[in-house]
Design a protein around this ligand. Sequence first.
Ligand SMILES: Cc1cc2nc3c(=O)[nH]c(=O)nc-3n(C[C@H](O)[C@H](O)[C@H](O)COP(=O)(O)OP(=O)(O)OC[C@H]3O[C@@H](n4cnc5c(N)ncnc54)[C@H](O)[C@@H]3O)c2cc1C
Length: 506
Amino acid sequence: MGVSSSLENALAGVPSGYRFVEGWGMVSGSHSRFVRPETVEQLQLVMKACQEEGVLMTLRGSGCSYGDASHTEPQENRASLVIDLTGLNRILDFESHGEGPDGKPAGYANVQGGVTFGQLWKHILPQGHWPRVVPGTMQPTIAGAASMNVHGKNNYMVGAMGANLRAVDLVTPDGELHTLKPGDDLFRAAIGGMGLLGCITRLEMRTQPVHSGNVAVRGVSATCVGDMMRVMGEHEDSTYYSVGWVDCFAKGKAAGRGLIHLARHLKPGEDPEPDKTCKLSYQQLPASILGFPKNEVWRPLRILNRDLGMRNLNRAKHFMGKREAKKGEYLQSHAGFNFLLDFVPNWKFAYGRKHGHGLIQYQPFLPKESAQGVFEELLALCQQRGFVSYLGVLKRHQPDDFLLTHAVDGWSLAMDFKVTPQNRGRLWDLCDAMTQVVLKGGGRFYFAKDLVIGPGALRRAFDGESVQKFLEHKRDLDPKNLMQSDLYRRVLEPYNAPVDLPLTHY
Ligand SMILES: Cc1cc2nc3c(=O)[nH]c(=O)nc-3n(C[C@H](O)[C@H](O)[C@H](O)COP(=O)(O)OP(=O)(O)OC[C@H]3O[C@@H](n4cnc5c(N)ncnc54)[C@H](O)[C@@H]3O)c2cc1C
């Protein structure tokens, strides 16, 4: 359905059009009308016109959420618009000599919501700072990340995005701009609020002073998932970053073996040439990998990207990890350590580029008491069903009090699964079985990654009072219920239906 004429007026002069808008995993998406405002005023006019005309709005940053958080299927008899926020991409200000609420030296970057992590670190590193929280790729926008309350490899140490924000501006569907601060109830709703209350147009985000362009990294080989959790747990008070790569093919006593990376910032004076290592030229990821131009590396990866190839690759990585663990501490650039996945651009294409092919990620968060048992059960379940994740990543987390929080004092295990039209039904069945195990263990789910969870799982896993408070905010700020996404209609809209809700969305 087309959009109304008063909205057409608001769109005049603003970049807009039609395109296929999909989740990062390439498994979901649809052809949509989009607009890409370049100023906050343009955005306000567009949102106001949508509100007047009853047009559905879906907010989108860089589209790095694996599933359906930032796209929308056409709805019967309702016009809809994807609002692409990447045009609001100005770094407004950077204050390098501030103090955090903990009294420690801090910087604060004042950025528009569409600024990416890549843009931000390139601006602040030459000034001796690094963002406190970054996800595993530098592509996401800061506002998109705040809307999912993303975490880095140091979640246990510094909290997630929301804990490192000093203020955000939120434009609500009526076009009004609100400045929210930690402590405001609406701040607790908007951070992690999946873009359903309004559009975040500006953020003040804490940054970390650094004394080098490198971090000191140490590999530790782990014999099984319990061993990995023990080692990471032992270092959590003293190590700034900690992440475990898990070989999901290993069985029996070796289930969950892998390689841990522990990393710390260098002390003042430890790097004799900080001006050199903080230069962008030093942080460049290599232009080629094993002789292949890096933009093309996904092509040979596609040949490996099946069970046999990935089993061997994981095994080789485990044995190389044992060697790495013997070499002690080594230096790696901030960009190299934090954005390892960006070394191979478009690596996801190795999962297939035809319609219906792609990948999903299943990343449950488990309390520390039940995590090990649940992860062991999940790894075994995957193997029994013949779906082994090609990449497993273990992280340690801390809880927070945002209304839709997925966080726990515990651990998450992220697992990537290849999707094809042939395996889709069986894979969703496996996810259903895994969800039952996770719920038994008191776990939660992370919607930045998810495409499979049904509303019943949200109802059972999340704090009901907080979800109701969130929905109240949504009714207040968005009385016509226009801020929607496929994710919203999948898990939140049915939340209060007086029926048994499914755990999995097929
Ligand atoms: C390779 C890879 C690695 C990743 N690693 C991690 C990781 O280590 N840790 C982690 O936590 N996540 C990780 N992610 C997930 C990613 O960080 C999140 O999905 C993030 O939200 C993506 O931001 P985006 O700008 O792409 O937003 P999108 O994916 O486009 O949107 C995300 C959500 O934000 C909303 N939104 C977008 N812009 C705005 C705005 N201006 N105002 C309000 N709402 C808005 C959307 O409606 C949607 O609900 C990873 C993703 C990839 C692809």
